[in-house]
Ligand binder design. Structure first.
Ligand code: ZN
Ligand code: ZN
Length: 240
Protein backbone atom coordinates (compact mmCIF):
# COMPACT_ATOMS: atom_id res chain seq x y z
CA UNK A 1 0.00 0.00 0.00
CA UNK A 2 2.80 2.35 0.94
CA UNK A 3 4.56 1.36 -2.26
CA UNK A 4 1.50 2.08 -4.34
CA UNK A 5 1.10 5.45 -2.67
CA UNK A 6 4.71 6.32 -3.36
CA UNK A 7 4.39 5.25 -7.00
CA UNK A 8 1.26 7.40 -7.42
CA UNK A 9 3.01 10.33 -5.82
CA UNK A 10 6.00 9.87 -8.11
CA UNK A 11 3.84 9.72 -11.22
CA UNK A 12 1.84 12.75 -10.17
CA UNK A 13 5.10 14.64 -9.66
CA UNK A 14 6.29 13.63 -13.11
CA UNK A 15 2.99 14.53 -14.72
CA UNK A 16 2.17 17.74 -13.01
CA UNK A 17 5.06 19.26 -11.19
CA UNK A 18 8.41 18.26 -12.57
CA UNK A 19 9.50 19.13 -16.06
CA UNK A 20 11.15 16.17 -17.73
CA UNK A 21 14.33 17.20 -19.52
CA UNK A 22 16.23 15.39 -22.21
CA UNK A 23 19.89 15.21 -23.18
CA UNK A 24 20.53 17.57 -26.08
CA UNK A 25 22.84 15.03 -27.67
CA UNK A 26 21.23 11.60 -27.35
CA UNK A 27 17.66 12.53 -26.44
CA UNK A 28 17.51 10.28 -23.35
CA UNK A 29 15.91 11.57 -20.15
CA UNK A 30 18.53 13.57 -18.28
CA UNK A 31 18.54 16.09 -15.46
CA UNK A 32 21.45 17.88 -17.10
CA UNK A 33 21.43 19.40 -20.61
CA UNK A 34 24.00 16.78 -21.63
CA UNK A 35 23.66 13.37 -19.92
CA UNK A 36 26.60 11.81 -18.09
CA UNK A 37 27.11 9.19 -20.80
CA UNK A 38 27.38 11.86 -23.51
CA UNK A 39 29.60 13.99 -21.26
CA UNK A 40 32.04 11.09 -21.08
CA UNK A 41 31.73 10.37 -24.81
CA UNK A 42 32.18 13.93 -26.11
CA UNK A 43 33.54 16.13 -23.34
CA UNK A 44 36.15 13.78 -21.85
CA UNK A 45 36.07 15.74 -18.57
CA UNK A 46 39.09 13.85 -17.27
CA UNK A 47 41.33 14.13 -20.30
CA UNK A 48 43.80 17.04 -20.62
CA UNK A 49 43.73 19.58 -23.46
CA UNK A 50 46.67 20.94 -25.40
CA UNK A 51 47.28 24.32 -23.79
CA UNK A 52 48.27 25.83 -27.14
CA UNK A 53 45.56 24.67 -29.54
CA UNK A 54 42.87 23.12 -27.34
CA UNK A 55 43.08 19.62 -28.84
CA UNK A 56 41.94 16.82 -26.51
CA UNK A 57 44.88 14.65 -25.45
CA UNK A 58 44.70 10.95 -24.71
CA UNK A 59 47.72 11.02 -22.35
CA UNK A 60 48.80 13.31 -19.55
CA UNK A 61 50.85 16.10 -21.11
CA UNK A 62 50.31 19.78 -21.76
CA UNK A 63 51.00 20.07 -25.51
CA UNK A 64 49.97 18.01 -28.53
CA UNK A 65 52.64 16.68 -30.92
CA UNK A 66 51.91 19.41 -33.43
CA UNK A 67 52.38 22.23 -30.89
CA UNK A 68 55.39 20.52 -29.31
CA UNK A 69 57.17 20.68 -32.65
CA UNK A 70 56.39 24.37 -33.09
CA UNK A 71 53.60 23.95 -35.64
CA UNK A 72 50.80 25.17 -33.41
CA UNK A 73 49.43 28.66 -32.82
CA UNK A 74 51.54 31.22 -30.98
CA UNK A 75 50.66 34.22 -28.86
CA UNK A 76 47.84 32.54 -26.97
CA UNK A 77 48.36 32.06 -23.26
CA UNK A 78 46.05 29.06 -23.06
CA UNK A 79 43.33 27.43 -25.14
CA UNK A 80 40.67 25.07 -23.90
CA UNK A 81 37.78 23.35 -25.61
CA UNK A 82 34.66 21.84 -24.13
CA UNK A 83 34.21 18.80 -26.36
CA UNK A 84 35.34 16.56 -29.17
CA UNK A 85 34.10 17.99 -32.45
CA UNK A 86 32.61 14.74 -33.77
CA UNK A 87 29.31 12.90 -33.90
CA UNK A 88 26.35 14.29 -31.99
CA UNK A 89 28.38 17.16 -30.50
CA UNK A 90 29.46 18.32 -33.96
CA UNK A 91 25.88 18.04 -35.17
CA UNK A 92 24.62 20.15 -32.30
CA UNK A 93 27.28 22.86 -32.81
CA UNK A 94 26.41 22.91 -36.51
CA UNK A 95 22.72 23.08 -35.73
CA UNK A 96 23.38 26.15 -33.58
CA UNK A 97 25.48 27.67 -36.35
CA UNK A 98 23.54 26.95 -39.50
CA UNK A 99 20.00 26.86 -38.22
CA UNK A 100 20.32 30.04 -36.18
CA UNK A 101 19.41 28.54 -32.81
CA UNK A 102 21.33 30.55 -30.22
CA UNK A 103 18.89 29.43 -27.49
CA UNK A 104 20.66 26.06 -27.66
CA UNK A 105 23.85 27.78 -26.47
CA UNK A 106 21.84 29.22 -23.58
CA UNK A 107 20.64 25.75 -22.61
CA UNK A 108 24.25 24.57 -22.58
CA UNK A 109 25.33 27.31 -20.16
CA UNK A 110 25.14 24.84 -17.25
CA UNK A 111 27.86 22.77 -18.93
CA UNK A 112 29.92 25.59 -20.45
CA UNK A 113 30.29 27.85 -17.41
CA UNK A 114 31.80 25.37 -14.91
CA UNK A 115 34.24 24.16 -17.59
CA UNK A 116 35.47 27.58 -18.61
CA UNK A 117 35.99 28.80 -15.04
CA UNK A 118 37.76 25.58 -14.13
CA UNK A 119 40.16 25.79 -17.07
CA UNK A 120 40.97 29.47 -17.57
CA UNK A 121 42.15 32.23 -15.22
CA UNK A 122 39.58 35.01 -14.65
CA UNK A 123 39.47 37.71 -17.37
CA UNK A 124 38.60 41.41 -17.52
CA UNK A 125 36.50 40.95 -20.66
CA UNK A 126 34.98 38.31 -22.94
CA UNK A 127 35.66 38.89 -26.65
CA UNK A 128 34.09 36.96 -29.55
CA UNK A 129 35.95 36.04 -32.75
CA UNK A 130 34.20 38.21 -35.34
CA UNK A 131 32.55 37.14 -38.56
CA UNK A 132 32.92 38.97 -41.86
CA UNK A 133 29.88 41.27 -42.47
CA UNK A 134 28.95 39.43 -45.70
CA UNK A 135 28.86 36.11 -43.92
CA UNK A 136 27.02 37.63 -40.99
CA UNK A 137 24.31 38.96 -43.26
CA UNK A 138 23.92 35.51 -44.85
CA UNK A 139 23.75 33.70 -41.54
CA UNK A 140 21.98 36.30 -39.47
CA UNK A 141 24.01 35.83 -36.30
CA UNK A 142 27.51 35.04 -35.13
CA UNK A 143 27.58 31.96 -32.88
CA UNK A 144 30.82 33.15 -31.27
CA UNK A 145 29.04 36.36 -30.24
CA UNK A 146 26.11 34.38 -28.83
CA UNK A 147 28.49 32.16 -26.88
CA UNK A 148 30.59 35.06 -25.59
CA UNK A 149 27.54 37.03 -24.51
CA UNK A 150 26.10 34.08 -22.58
CA UNK A 151 29.43 33.56 -20.77
CA UNK A 152 29.63 37.29 -20.05
CA UNK A 153 26.07 37.46 -18.72
CA UNK A 154 26.33 34.34 -16.55
CA UNK A 155 29.61 35.41 -14.97
CA UNK A 156 29.04 39.17 -14.95
CA UNK A 157 32.25 39.77 -16.91
CA UNK A 158 32.13 42.66 -19.42
CA UNK A 159 31.36 41.63 -23.00
CA UNK A 160 33.46 43.47 -25.56
CA UNK A 161 32.89 42.96 -29.26
CA UNK A 162 36.34 44.43 -29.89
CA UNK A 163 37.37 42.98 -33.22
CA UNK A 164 36.39 43.56 -36.85
CA UNK A 165 36.93 41.00 -39.58
CA UNK A 166 37.88 42.80 -42.76
CA UNK A 167 38.70 39.83 -44.98
CA UNK A 168 36.30 37.04 -45.79
CA UNK A 169 38.92 34.33 -45.72
CA UNK A 170 38.72 30.98 -47.50
CA UNK A 171 38.22 27.95 -45.23
CA UNK A 172 41.38 27.33 -43.25
CA UNK A 173 41.13 23.54 -43.24
CA UNK A 174 42.23 23.25 -46.87
CA UNK A 175 45.50 25.10 -46.25
CA UNK A 176 48.92 24.40 -44.73
CA UNK A 177 50.15 26.40 -41.74
CA UNK A 178 52.07 29.03 -43.75
CA UNK A 179 49.18 29.51 -46.16
CA UNK A 180 46.71 29.74 -43.30
CA UNK A 181 48.64 32.54 -41.69
CA UNK A 182 48.98 34.32 -45.04
CA UNK A 183 45.26 33.85 -45.67
CA UNK A 184 44.53 35.50 -42.33
CA UNK A 185 47.09 38.28 -42.47
CA UNK A 186 45.42 41.62 -41.80
CA UNK A 187 42.06 39.87 -41.59
CA UNK A 188 41.31 41.31 -38.15
CA UNK A 189 41.59 44.71 -36.48
CA UNK A 190 40.44 46.37 -33.30
CA UNK A 191 37.20 48.32 -33.86
CA UNK A 192 37.67 52.08 -34.03
CA UNK A 193 36.80 53.69 -30.72
CA UNK A 194 38.49 51.07 -28.54
CA UNK A 195 41.82 52.35 -27.33
CA UNK A 196 42.49 51.24 -23.79
CA UNK A 197 42.04 47.49 -23.95
CA UNK A 198 41.66 45.40 -20.81
CA UNK A 199 44.67 43.38 -19.66
CA UNK A 200 43.23 39.87 -19.67
CA UNK A 201 40.65 38.59 -22.11
CA UNK A 202 38.85 35.40 -22.95
CA UNK A 203 38.66 35.02 -26.72
CA UNK A 204 35.64 32.93 -27.69
CA UNK A 205 34.90 30.92 -30.83
CA UNK A 206 32.67 27.98 -31.65
CA UNK A 207 35.26 25.56 -33.02
CA UNK A 208 39.05 25.53 -33.17
CA UNK A 209 40.75 23.49 -35.88
CA UNK A 210 44.29 24.71 -36.49
CA UNK A 211 44.19 27.60 -34.05
CA UNK A 212 45.41 30.13 -36.62
CA UNK A 213 42.24 32.26 -36.40
CA UNK A 214 42.64 32.48 -32.62
CA UNK A 215 46.35 33.17 -33.08
CA UNK A 216 45.71 36.04 -35.48
CA UNK A 217 43.04 37.58 -33.20
CA UNK A 218 45.33 37.21 -30.17
CA UNK A 219 48.13 38.95 -32.08
CA UNK A 220 45.89 41.93 -32.87
CA UNK A 221 44.69 42.15 -29.27
CA UNK A 222 48.23 42.01 -27.90
CA UNK A 223 49.42 44.66 -30.35
CA UNK A 224 46.73 46.86 -28.84
CA UNK A 225 47.76 46.41 -25.24
CA UNK A 226 46.13 43.18 -24.05
CA UNK A 227 48.57 41.25 -21.85
CA UNK A 228 46.99 37.80 -21.69
CA UNK A 229 44.70 36.10 -24.19
CA UNK A 230 42.98 32.88 -23.16
CA UNK A 231 40.74 31.15 -25.64
CA UNK A 232 37.65 29.01 -25.20
CA UNK A 233 35.73 27.12 -27.86
CA UNK A 234 32.98 24.51 -27.93
CA UNK A 235 34.78 21.94 -30.03
CA UNK A 236 38.25 20.77 -31.06
CA UNK A 237 39.95 17.67 -32.40
CA UNK A 238 41.43 14.80 -30.41
CA UNK A 239 45.00 13.54 -30.63
CA UNK A 240 45.03 9.81 -31.30
ZN1 ZN B 1 23.11 11.95 -23.82
ZN1 ZN C 1 48.23 21.65 -29.75
Amino acid sequence: MVDLFLKLKENAALLWYEKTTYCLLCGNVSEEPVCLICQQAYFFPNLPRCGSCGKILAETKTRCRNCETGKGPEGLDKVTCLGYYKGAWKELVQQIKYKGQPYLIASLAEVIIPWVIRCLPPPDAVVPVPMHPDRLSQRGFNQAEALASIISRQLAIPYQNLLDRMKDTIPQTTLGRRQRLRNLRDAFSVKPGYSDLREIVWLVDDVVTTGSTLEECAGVLKKNGVKKVYAFCLGAGKEE
